[in-house]
Design a protein. Structure first.
Lengths: 417, 417
């Protein structure tokens, strides 16, 4: 099963937008057992779309096309595809009523551009889009399926997950492919590869292992392929068990989930609450925790004490403590964690102070230094850690935040370092 | 002058790596006046490389190829190009001594793989690489230049900047391409297109307009093409002026920057400070503001009052106010903004309360509702706004936060709605 991805948009070619859509689609199709033969990005130009589509007909089983479906005049994908697939534009009443409802909600009057978005070629199957005004389209020609999707990432993902992937799996899946994701934290990719080199060498031929690192979290993906689901599942399960015996401390979840989701579930299951006191992470930990639906059940809030005066006035950190040990010190974060937990009356709290960069580093506390404290009433009291990461600000904020959430995990589960 | 970018690597197709190289190369070549006709990503497979190169010969003026030049067995680009361009592998003594020196500095012994990297086809011009062990290569065939570069971003960029771009500019610079980005906020893409339809129709033929939306912000990109830089710049400038006369309220910046960076500069220039009190946005606004280097100059901190009890205990919002008007009300956010500004002693403050979803909505306050208040001592006092956005949690949090920052912008600049 061969696949191609075509992304349309001048902004992709002149480098104003990094094409993350095709990476996401590539990962999903690859998981579903397709060989992604190539990805191609082209201009919003009629002749370029014609060329790309005609090159693909009968060469690939499926072609996913994104972009160029917006309401403005530079969006020409729909009309071009209509012509290629010998269609005629017709108003789709379902799409029209979906757009109408969406506009009403936002209190915006529908205009001619919106109405035009409800027109689709009569030669396609419409893929309804609850996330936006541009519907997806499914065409077939000479054995090749062409699927056109909006370029807005969450709209594209919605239509892929809701309509495209289930249908493709039904039609094409002859071979069983099973992916299992093991989420790890606590070591580097190269170190982990070293630890797992023996495990990797002894993997049966039908199993592949991939390392997918992101801000300190390394997702290990085991992929098993075969004809019989049960057999493949058993082989994968066995390898997962082996992994647990080699790196028990490093694994935090067997679901492909971010650490904030894991912690959310942990707190919810145990009926516990948490709050935060952030300095260098500037709200990132709070934002991660509250990105999870239902987080108001366990997350109470935060004091972001970005300025030192706020550490003193709102979190009662004595000025002498700051001048003696520095704002970035285990003493200060311990005090911040203790005080914020008192104020917010939660079971747990986590506090950070560090130097995200690019400026503000010193010999003894270089850019990338962070102190983290977790306070709890589970008998352990406050624990603190100090780490030094890299030079890049955004990267540091992310790594500081994930390290903080991992410390929370360790405290709740009472794990050793 | 037509250009193509070919990126080679399985990891790009299965979505394990997002292709940032081609975006960077696209931006550089576009600035240098090339029309990037397409970008294509292919497998590390001999036949795929052969296909891609033969498709490009005499079709484009230049083709930049990245990836597949590493020392391991899956890197086959160099040998394949050597065959395509009728070469013979020869040891390049300059490359060999550069690799030797690099290895010595790192204290690593040179091995067979390293020595192999010093072999290059005798049909190419070698582009020396001070940043790594794989040299770049410059081939020409039937009027098309093929440039092969390593996939490691900083190595690729080094060779591009040092060797490729200067040479291309010397040989090709005849056409000038100028991009100008106008950042707007305050209306939908379809509405903006309606407002600008007359403007768009009257654009001179050498100017193109594109709409690039993201969470309520719409970037308008004007692209001008011509022979003479000064003339093209003048034409683009004229169109920018026209835009200002049509949508003065909507434009917030002429630089391609996020709104948090614009606000950061505004505060810094005026020596002003700000703090936040977030409920539904859960730290997102703080995180956006603190993502900007140097934000500690103007950002003091936040109270994230996710739980209503914190609105009362830390921000003095009377319980009766919450029970009378609801936590999501203009009254409550106004109080939050006023109180947090007092506590943090800043010139401005912004507060949010809303329903991000997926649950928690009601008939009168559906999911997507947000109330925002900005407090200041510039004589206006507190202003509040209420909006209704969509159904999707993460999207809502982003849109709420950007709407909040826009309200801050309006307050600082004393703009009407």
């Amino acid at each position: 099963m061969k696949a191609e991805i075509i992304t349309i948009g001048d902004e992709l070619l002149i480098g104003q937008t990094v094409d993350t859509n095709s990476a996401w689609i590539g990962a999903e199709l690859s998981q579903a057992g397709f060989d992604i033969c190539r990805k191609i990005s082209i201009h919003d130009r009629r002749e370029d779309i014609l060329d790309a589509v005609s090159e693909a007909v009968s060469r690939y089983d499926i072609v996913i096309i994104t972009g160029g479906l917006g309401p403005t005049s530079d969006d020409i994908t729909k009309q071009t595809l209509c012509d290629i697939f010998n269609g005629r534009m017709v108003l789709n009443p379902t799409v029209l009523s979906m757009i109408d409802e969406m506009m009403k909600r936002r209190g915006i009057a529908m205009n001619e551009n919106n109405r035009k978005q409800a027109e689709v070629p009569d030669s396609c199957r419409v893929l309804y889009n609850k996330m936006g005004t541009a519907p997806g389209m499914w065409f077939e020609k000479e054995g090749t399926i062409f699927i056109s999707l909006p370029g807005v990432p969450y709209e594209m993902k919605y239509i892929m997950n809701e309509h495209v992937l289930p249908e493709l799996k039904k039609r094409f899946q002859s071979q069983v492919i099973i992916h299992r994701n093991i989420m790890t934290y606590g070591t580097s990719e190269s170190k982990l590869a070293e630890i797992l080199s023996g495990f990797e060498k002894s993997l049966p031929p039908e199993i592949k292992l991939a390392y997918l690192p992101s801000y300190g979290i390394i997702k290990l993906r085991l992929t098993g392929t075969g004809r019989n689901r049960e057999i493949v599942e058993n082989i994968v399960d066995e390898q997962v068990k082996k992994l647990y015996s080699i790196i028990p401390q490093l694994i935090y979840s067997e679901i492909d989930e971010p650490i904030e989701s894991f912690i959310g579930n942990l707190l919810k299951e145990r009926g516990l609450t948490i709050c935060t006191a952030e300095s260098c992470t500037g709200g990132k930990i709070a934002q991660m925790l509250t990105s999870i639906p239902g987080s108001s059940q366990y997350y109470k809030g935060s004091v972001i004490a970005y300025d030192n005066s706020i550490k003193t006035s709102l979190l009662n950190v004595p000025e002498e403590m700051i001048s003696n040990y520095g704002a970035v010190s285990e003493q200060v974060v311990a005090k911040m964690a203790t005080e914020v937990r008192k104020k917010f009356r939660t079971d747990y709290s986590v506090a950070t102070s560090g130097i995200a960069g690019p400026d503000g580093g010193s010999e003894s506390k270089p850019v990338g230094t962070v102190c983290i404290a977790v306070s709890s009433d589970n008998g352990v009291g406050v624990i603190t850690e100090k780490y030094v990461f890299g030079n890049e600000r955004i990267l540091n904020i992310n790594r500081f935040s994930i390290a903080s959430l991992n410390l929370v995990r360790r405290q709740i589960l009472q794990l050793q370092k």
